[in-house]
Design a protein around this ligand. Structure first.
Ligand code: NAD
Length: 474
């Protein structure tokens, strides 16, 4: 079994302790990574701190050039990294609508190159006979990045590249469930970046908490569950760290009654089930008008029954396994509860007989807000379809949730859809699609889905502090 070291201060670090990484399609380990403890997290922070003065003083054009080189390194290692992502997450190499490991790599590469070119120029707010006033952006120092298991490489890129672009140094702690592709990426990156600029430590909550509370970490960028986000916010408060928190979602989609059911259903299915529903901004609750409810449920159930579930390394697989046993248990418990709450399981409804963590793609009708499957984030291949009879009611039900990551409205009437969309309480709202993100448009949650945004110039700004410079002329 291949073993991956941590990289600290430019050096490969192996310890006496390792984490076995399970391939969820087989239910058994395929690789291991070396693990840190709190003391080693301190060493990594010290390495990042030592690298900060030179990296932050490196000319912007040079930092940009090095980040483009990271993009090229991802590009030239794409087949290897895709296979690692598939083995550790279960997501297919290609997958439903091509949302698989290939897309994860393509996205990581695209975000790297795009972010490398975002300008960080000072803003001139006044220049007259009294004074010249400029607003400058300065790096924060050491950024700790803590990532989840669902899109391990892409989310790491979303954290690391803007942090480095702005002149910070980074310690990343990937999820203990999927640390392999990130470990390999950091190894590749360290052949390009100066030592200590990008470090990786492995471990679970204790290592994350060590970074969160560390007095020499200036910012935490975290993607993961709302529960952990709250712990991180609390741990970071003693040293008043900057935070970007990208947390859980329970995205609602509202289908207005004018749609063509057969044309829209495959898009809705893709939005709810890509990566097996394990994406923060997957469609997680679907509200469909009375007049189209049965037809839409039937069409979604047909698509669910036809989806090909299997090992993501095999050609033609749409959906892989759930990424870990604990998450499979959550999905199964929600299915059991949905049945007990009077829901009709129109397709799927149970785990597959397998050593892997497979669950049948599941469509549930007949539930509404107040049932667990509608109110909670399922993060798996099970979608509740909720009936509504007037649009105001649908908007109320969509907003009746503590999460506020994404939302969508589906209609042939774009003005009507936009009017509904603007009333949804979420950080991104899509019309006639759901969950698509892009490197130039800010993305982040409202309510308990997070604090701050990622991507584009707004996302980059979160890795800086403002220094206002006033030059008096009087
Ligand atoms: P998680 O919160 O369990 O773990 C995320 C990371 O936090 C892991 O690296 C874990 O080791 C670490 N961690 C756990 N406890 C910690 C602590 N006390 N202090 C510091 N670090 C700690 O999340 P997960 O199960 O890996 O990911 C799934 C969740 O992530 C879902 O809720 C999903 O919606 C969310 N997510 C959100 C976004 C977004 O952009 N908003 C994107 C992807 C995933």
């Amino acid at each position: 079994m291949k073993s991956y070291p941590m990289i600290i201060g430019g050096k490969a670090v192996e310890t006496g302790s390792t984490i076995a990484v399970i391939n969820p399609a087989l239910g058994e380990p395929f690789a291991q990574v070396h693990a840190a403890d709190a003391a080693l997290a301190d060493v990594a922070v010290a390495a990042a701190r030592a690298a900060f003065p030179a990296w932050s003083a490196t000319p912007d054009a040079e930092r940009s050039r090095l980040l483009h080189a990271l993009g090229s390194a991802l590009d030239s290692h794409t087949p290897e990294l895709m296979e690692l992502v598939t083995c550790e997450t279960g997501k297919p190499l290609r997958g439903l609508n091509d949302v698989g490991a290939g897309m994860e790599l393509a996205g990581a590469i695209a975000w790297t190159h795009f972010t490398a070119d975002i300008p960080l120029e000072p803003e001139l707010v006044q220049d007259d006979e009294q004074a010249r006033v400029e607003v400058h952006r300065k790096p924060l120092g050491v950024v700790a990045s803590i990532t989840p298991w669902n899109w391990p490489l892409m989310i790491s890129i979303w954290h690391v590249i803007p942090a480095l672009r702005a002149g910070n140094t980074v310690v990343i702690k990937p999820s203990e469930y999927s640390p392999v592709a990130v470990s390999r990426f950091v190894e590749l990156a360290n052949a390009i970046l100066p030592p200590g600029v990008l470090n990786v430590v492995n471990g679970a909550a204790t290592v994350g908490a060590a970074l969160t509370g560390h007095p020499d970490v200036n910012k935490i960028v975290f993607t993961g569950s709302t529960r952990t986000g709250k712990q991180i916010m609390s741990g970071a408060s003693a040293t008043l760290k900057r935070l970007t928190l990208e947390l859980g979602g329970n995205d609602a989609g509202i289908v207005l009654p004018d749609v063509d059911v057969k044309a829209v259903a495959p898009k809705l299915f893709g939005a709810g089930f890509h990566n097996n529903g394990q994406t923060c901004a997957c469609l997680k609750r679907l509200y469909v008008h009375d007049s189209q409810y049965e037809a839409m449920c039937e069409e979604l159930a047909r698509l669910a029954r036809n989806a090909k579930v299997g090992n993501g390394l095999d050609a033609g697989v749409d959906l892989g396994p759930v990424q870990n046993r604990a998450q499979l248990d959550i999905v199964n418990a929600l299915a059991v509860d949905a049945r007990e709450a009077g829901g009709h399981i129109l397709a799927g409804g149970k785990p597959l007989e397998s050593k892997g963590f497979f669950f049948e793609p599941t469509i549930v009708a007949g539930l509404t807000n107040g049932s667990r499957l509608v109110d909670e984030e399922q993060f798996g291949p099970i979608l509740p379809v909720v009936r509504y009879s007037d649009v105001d009611e649908a908007i109320r039900l969509a907003n009746d949730n503590p999460n506020g990551l994404g939302g969508s409205v589906w209609s042939t009437d774009s003005a009507a859809a936009l009017a509904v969309a603007r009333r949804l309480e979420c950080g991104t709202v899509w019309i006639n699609e759901h969950g698509a993100v892009q490197p130039n448009a800010p993305f982040g949650g409202v309510k308990q889905s997070g604090i701050g945004v990622e991507f584009g110039k707004h996302g980059l700004a979160e890795f800086t502090s403002i220094q206002t410079v006033k030059i008096s002329k009087s």
